[in-house]
Design a protein around this ligand. Structure first.
Ligand code: SF4
Length: 729
């Protein structure tokens, strides 16, 4: 055995979900041979779910050769096969085409669309490139589809985008109030912790709010199968009951909040009877859920896409946080509203301001002081004040011809965004589409003029932040595959070429060492760290060296501190001008596209336990199809009987935007007039088309582009659909 064949172990982080589990990668030479849970990582203590524990199998050379993008490629014509080219030519071409668009149409004719899969350092470079160098705020991310409502909900109530709790709060809670989250499947290792807590303390009460009877519900003491989209009504009804029963905490409300009177007025007519009728639940269950929430010694809310992916996503988040403030269920062990992030680094992206309305370190684009602070940090004259386009807006603008060039990094909008007809028009109409991606197999790759190969899990260096504000190091176990480059290094190379055109002769704003990934990423991270000084997420006391020596840590960790904060707001002081939280008084709005006679079913979409996003990675492993082998539309058994269909019959699911044909599956998880389709499969499995006869690329194509007006997060959890018997397409 040669030295290079010796087994090496590298501590890193799982690349899938926001639980952020630590992994130990085993490798020999340039080959990853195994993975196991890191027993010292506080997110998982050695455990891994089915996805995490098979990560190494997705990096096998025989898989990589089939799935990875391994060299830059250029399409001379749309639809044509791409041709290989060298990196310098690719980057020269990219910078020339972007500069040309800027010269002809201004910087707002560019759109950059990133991903919650990127590392914090990747995000930081692209944010600085677009907002600092190019002078546009047209930078958004697929995290917009995942957690922007949670961001907005925290900010309008608690004053900052900061989840106040930790996973340890599961161990302290007396009531777990799980809303719009199938934690058992979407955050499996956190769910193991919940199972442990329930086993150790059977008196722990678990309430699950979800239209579906998911695996998470199996552990619940009480399940409220509310009608889709009625969450705000439910929370308002609960507050009405709390007031009636004397279960609020007037002393906490008076000392630490504003705006309660207006909210009391708002919920006055949300009587138990009306709430129960709107939400489709019983008054008894409503009362019991309210009692458990308000009177338990400590209530921890866990919530995710059922609240976030909604045309009233911000209101849903805020209405739930209202309940925590009204009952003082915050700032104590086991008591907090705790949003769960879907992707591994949706939090890190938020921290560096990787959304079209944000700036570094939770600063707001709309705030001139914040813009001036960031401009000074970056060494640029200013940061533009014109708000950028959010995800849906960006692709609508490209479809309308307003945005001329799209730069897409590490995400697959041709499958994941709603209203695929508009997305396809955008990708076809844009003059220049660049895809920076690890995988060649995504639906978006077919539209790219220029494909740039990026590194991925096992090859990358940097940091991510998980749902509980914990920053973990990501470390490379092997060199990049083929000619792949790190996402941040691609950004730096592009930025330096654009600088030569836009600010010739001046010192580079991007002086990071692209030859040494550790040095380069550490310099970027240190710059990000400095941007947090004095902010709510201050990490000026942290360093790569400290993370290496002491393991993953939670923010804030300001200079001089000896540890991060496990829990926020324990002193009752919130990051608002007067230190008080604000109740958010809002009206209940139903879903954007209600069921009607023509479209009588509610379509819900979501994750499966063993798949991830569009399956670029998980789809390469046969064993991950052992849980669910193929796509299906799940329908309530009574509806199925009423329609006279057998399990397995082919059914056409049609919305106002398109249709797919799938086998039907009887499922008691679904309520009457509700159907569910997993989000992972694309066009090749669904065999559907839109109303213009164009092939669809994923179930999100059926969904409307309606979004929350405040968070701009699309309503991916609901569309009105009709079902009809179908023959094979
Ligand atoms: Fe990875 Fe999430 Fe599974 Fe942990 S729970 S191993 S982070 S997919």
């Amino acid at each position: 055995m040669t030295c290079s064949d010796a087994l090496r172990e590298t501590r890193s982080t799982c690349s899938y979900c926001g639980v952020g589990c630590g992994v130990i990668i085993e490798s020999r030479g340039a080959t990853i041979t195994g993975v196991r849970g890191d027993p010292d990582h506080p997110a998982n203590f050695g455990r891994l779910c089915t996805k995490g524990s098979t990560l190494h199998l997705t990096a096998r050379p025989e898989v990589t050769q089939q799935t990875r993008l391994l060299q830059p490629q250029l399409r001379l014509q749309r639809q044509a096969s791409p041709l290989a080219l060298d990196w310098d030519s690719a980057l020269d071409l990219a910078s020339q085409r972007l500069a040309d668009v800027v010269q002809r149409h201004g910087p707002n004719a560019l759109g950059f669309y990133l991903s919650g899969q990127l590392l914090t350092e990747d995000y930081y470079v692209f944010n600085k490139l677009v907002k600092g160098l190019l002078g546009s705020n047209n930078l958004d991310t697929n995290s917009r589809l995942c957690m922007s409502s949670a961001v907005a909900g925290y900010k309008i109530t608690l004053g900052a985008d900061a989840p106040p709790a930790s996973y340890t709060d599961v161990d302290h809670a007396h009531c777990l109030f799980i809303s719009g989250s199938n934690t058992a499947w979407a955050h499996p290792i956190l769910f193991r912790r919940i199972e442990d807590a329930k086993r150790a303390r059977p008196e722990l009460k678990i309430v699950v709010i979800d239209p579906r009877r998911t695996d998470t519900v199996e552990l619940a003491d009480l399940h409220l199968a509310l009608q889709p989209g009625t969450d705000v009504m439910l929370y308002h009804g609960m507050l009405h009951l709390m007031l009636r029963q004397g279960w609020t905490q007037p002393a906490y409300i008076a000392a630490h909040t504003h705006g309660f009177e207006a909210l009391v007025e708002q919920v006055r007519d949300c009587t138990p009877e009306r709430t129960a009728q709107v939400c489709g639940i019983s008054v008894e269950d409503l009362l019991e859920a309210t009692r458990l929430f308000a009177t338990s010694p400590a209530t921890l809310s866990l919530y995710c896409q059922g609240l976030n992916q909604s045309s009233s996503g911000t209101d849903k988040n805020a209405a739930l946080i209202n309940l925590h403030l009204a009952t003082g269920q915050i700032g104590r062990p086991g008591a907090a509203p705790f949003s769960l992030t879907g992707q591994p680094n949706a939090m890190g992206g938020r921290e560096v301001g990787g959304l079209s309305n944000l700036l570094s370190a939770h600063r707001d684009l709309a705030n001139p002081v914040h813009r001036a602070e960031v401009a000074a940090l970056w060494g640029v004259p200013d940061v533009p004040s014109v708000p950028g386009k959010s995800a849906v807006e960006m692709f609508e603008a490209a479809a309308d011809g307003e945005i001329k060039a799209l730069w897409i990094a590490c995400t697959n909008p041709a499958q994941s965004l709603p209203d695929q007809a508009t997305v396809r028009r955008a990708l076809e109409r844009a003059e220049f589409v660049v895809l920076q991606e690890a995988f060649a197999t995504t639906a978006t790759a077919a539209y790219a003029d220029l494909l740039l190969p990026a590194t991925t899990w096992g090859e990358k260096t940097g940091t991510v932040t998980n749902s509980e504000r914990r920053i973990s190091r990501v470390r490379a176990a092997t060199p990049p595959s083929g000619e792949a480059r790190h996402d941040w290094a691609i950004g730096v190379a592009l930025a330096q070429r654009l600088e030569a055109r836009l600010r010739p002769g001046q010192a580079s704003l991007f002086p990071y060492d692209t030859q040494d990934a550790l040095r380069g990423t550490e310099a970027i991270w240190n710059e990000h760290r400095e941007s947090t000084r004095g902010r709510d997420l201050d990490i000026t006391g942290l360093s790569y060296a400290l993370l290496d020596a002491q393991g993953p840590q939670q923010w804030p960790w300001p200079s001089g501190a000896s540890q991060g904060k496990e829990r926020l707001y324990e002193d009752g002081v919130f990051p608002t001008p007067d230190g008080k939280a604000r109740f958010h008084s809002t009206t209940y709005h139903p879903v954007a596209e209600a069921r009607d006679e023509a479209y009588p079913f509610s379509l819900n979409t979501g994750r499966l336990r063993d798949q991830w996003h569009g399956m670029s990675r998980t789809g390469t492993l046969g064993r991950l199809f052992g849980h669910v082998a193929e796509p299906a539309v799940q329908v309530n058994p009574q509806d199925l009987a009423r329609l006279g269909w057998e399990d397995g019959a082919l059914v056409r699911v049609r919305s106002r935007r398109g249709q797919v044909v799938l086998p039907v599956q009887a499922s008691a998880e679904q309520g009457p007039q509700q159907v569910f389709i997993a989000m992972h499969w694309g066009q090749e499995f669904l065999g559907g088309h839109d109303e213009a006869g164009q092939a669809l690329t994923g179930v999100n194509a059926l969904l409307p582009s309606a979004y929350c007006p405040r968070s701009k997060q699309p309503e991916l959890k609901h569309a009105a659909v009709q079902l009809e018997a179908a023959a094979l397409p």
